[in-house]
Design a protein around this ligand. Structure first.
Ligand SMILES: [Zn+2]
Length: 327
């Protein structure tokens, strides 16, 4: 026996909405408090083999407008088509910030730290610490902070406005290449990068004695392995997480907008330090995860940033995973 859903016309839906609105107006609202006007805590927890993982948001980051200058190799006309087909606003290129906590049972690892207290990319960033606490994770309990790269939205959250480390007991893993590049005094006068370099130096250099340099293939802790994925920055690193036969690749910033970049993986992203190398690396990692059917976590993809990459000819398709409401 099959159940047949009643057919709904757009007109019927609109009439229904109108009726609901009219009755809502006719009757006083029932026992409702004031609107909160703030977002509820954003954390999403899931199991990966024997590990417990929690994605924790630092809040949305405004990058500007979608343009052919940002995604070189896609025409503005095609960008506009893709945006329209995906209900995206051309004037509002905003990305999520999905930091990942991995509890291996022995160690607590945080991958990337958000913007911290600085509001360079809009007012809604800087929520990592409050969201960690809301998820029951004490920042002082973090053993390892693994940094995918040296950009502000990944490292500035290491330190509070008072100059004190937000993760006081953590060892910090970053590549030597990224540390040197993004704290380079000579770049302070660089017209494009200069205004980032000072605060990055202020953040990273005082923590130097707690840093360990990441190497390709190295286990940050057992089950969390560094994978060198340069291009977005000189030392950009992904993390392969493995437990009891289950895997996830945290691709960090190999992509920023799944609808545009999965369909156009050869488009060069203007914010990559080496856009050509960025394309080569993106294709290598997308091929790997597509062929092996390993889910990814992308720092900037729509919350919580976990999905599969499917190969379609010489392009890809991003399929967000279904989220479980109960662990
Ligand atoms: Zn980023």
């Amino acid at each position: 026996m099959s159940f047949r859903a009643p057919e709904l016309s757009r007109r019927a839906v609109l009439l229904g909405l109108a009726a609901a609105t009219a009755s809502g107006l006719a009757q006083p609202a029932l026992a409702i408090g004031p609107m909160a006007n703030v977002q509820v805590p954003a954390a999403y927890r899931f199991k990966l083999g024997g590990f417990e993982c929690t994605v924790v948001s630092d809040g949305p980051l405004k990058l500007g407008t979608f343009s052919a200058e940002m995604f070189k190799g896609i025409s503005q006309e095609r960008i506009d088509q893709i945006l329209a087909a995906n209900f995206l606003d051309k004037t509002n290129f905003t990305v999520d910030q999905n930091a990942l906590v991995v509890n291996t049972g022995g160690k607590l690892v945080l991958v990337d730290t958000g913007m911290g207290f600085r509001k360079v990319y809009g007012p809604r960033t800087g929520h990592l610490l409050s969201n960690l606490r809301a998820a029951g994770i004490d920042p002082a309990a973090i053993d390892v902070v693994a940094l995918s790269h040296g950009h502000p939205d990944h490292v500035w959250g290491l330190v509070g406005e008072d100059g004190k480390p937000n993760f006081p007991n953590a060892q910090i893993y970053i590549t030597q290449a990224d540390l040197e590049y993004w704290t380079d005094e000579a770049k302070l006068s660089d017209p494009a990068l200069g205004h980032y370099i000072g605060p990055i130096r202020d953040t990273l250099l005082p923590l130097r004695d707690r840093m360990v340099f990441l190497r390709d293939g190295q286990d940050v802790v057992p089950g969390v392995q560094a994978l060198s994925t340069p291009g977005h920055t000189v030392g950009h690193t992904s993390f392969v997480i493995n437990s009891q036969g289950s895997s996830l690749v945290n691709i960090a910033d190999l992509g920023h907008q799944p609808m545009l970049q999965m369909e156009n993986p050869r488009a060069e992203f203007a914010r990559d330090t080496d856009p050509t190398q960025g394309v080569t690396t993106r294709l290598r990692v997308f091929d790997m995860v597509a062929n092996q059917k390993i889910p990814i976590l992308a720092y900037h993809f729509p919350w919580p940033g976990i999905g599969h990459v499917a190969k379609r000819g010489d392009r890809y398709r991003y399929v967000a995973v279904e989220m479980q409401t109960v662990l």
